[in-house]
Design a protein around this ligand. Structure first.
Ligand SMILES: NC(=O)c1ccc[n+]([C@@H]2O[C@H](COP(=O)([O-])OP(=O)(O)OC[C@H]3O[C@@H](n4cnc5c(N)ncnc54)[C@H](OP(=O)(O)O)[C@@H]3O)[C@@H](O)[C@H]2O)c1
Length: 162
């Protein structure tokens, strides 16, 4: 693959978090906001989604993507490809030729952040307790290219600028 091909297939982190970057509590999400979830489902429709093994166990059945890839050190019993590194996940994802979304959880966002061109993040207005977090990113390296206000969240598309 050439560098140009890489640029044509952006890597996009997608998810929802509180102002304190909480994304999860235990194995689940601390909120139930259907409008936000539909934003996620619409974004990934027809594209590729990379997920950690734990998040795939939670969301796998709901995915509207054409392709899913699970990152695991083991051999989980799933019906989609399993790879043991983010680099292998991205290589396989590029071969599918559609947008590459990385949809969590916490461990997988951390691995993918250095590779990300975009982040499509919903900021949940209400505070929630949790024990899983989105990585702390350097805001000087990102700018907001789109922002939509919703009743319970603000949806932003962040583009890497540095
Ligand atoms: N708010 C949101 O938008 C959002 C989105 C997604 C998930 N979540 C939340 O995030 C939480 C789950 O996140 P999590 O961090 O616990 O789990 P995760 O990132 O979904 O999955 C973790 C698993 O990924 C595999 N893994 C991690 N690092 C690896 C590496 N370097 N190489 C190979 N495999 C690796 C391991 O699988 P094995 O154990 O199989 O080896 C590990 O157990 C849940 O609370 C979920 O609800 C929130």
């Amino acid at each position: 693959m050439t560098r140009l091909d890489d640029l044509q297939l952006p890597v996009i982190l997608v998810g929802a978090m509180t102002k304190d970057r909480v994304i999860g509590q235990g194995d689940g999400m601390p909120w139930d906001i259907p409008e936000e979830y539909h934003t996620f489902i619409d974004n990934i429709r027809g594209q590729t989604v990379i997920m950690g093994r734990k998040s795939y166990e939670e969301f796998g059945p709901d995915l509207t993507s054409d392709h899913a890839i699970v990152v695991s050190r083991g051999t989980p019993d799933v019906e989609v490809p399993v790879v043991d590194s983010m680099e292998k996940a991205l290589e396989l994802a590029r071969s599918y030729g559609v947008k590459i979304f990385v949809a969590g959880g916490s461990q997988i966002y951390e691995l993918a952040l250095p590779h990300a061109d975009w982040m499509f993040l919903s900021e949940i207005r209400e505070d929630y307790e949790g024990d899983k977090y989105f990585p702390n990113f350097d805001r000087s390296q990102w700018e907001v290219a789109r922002e939509d206000e919703h009743a319970r969240f603000i949806y932003r598309e962040w583009k890497r600028v540095n």
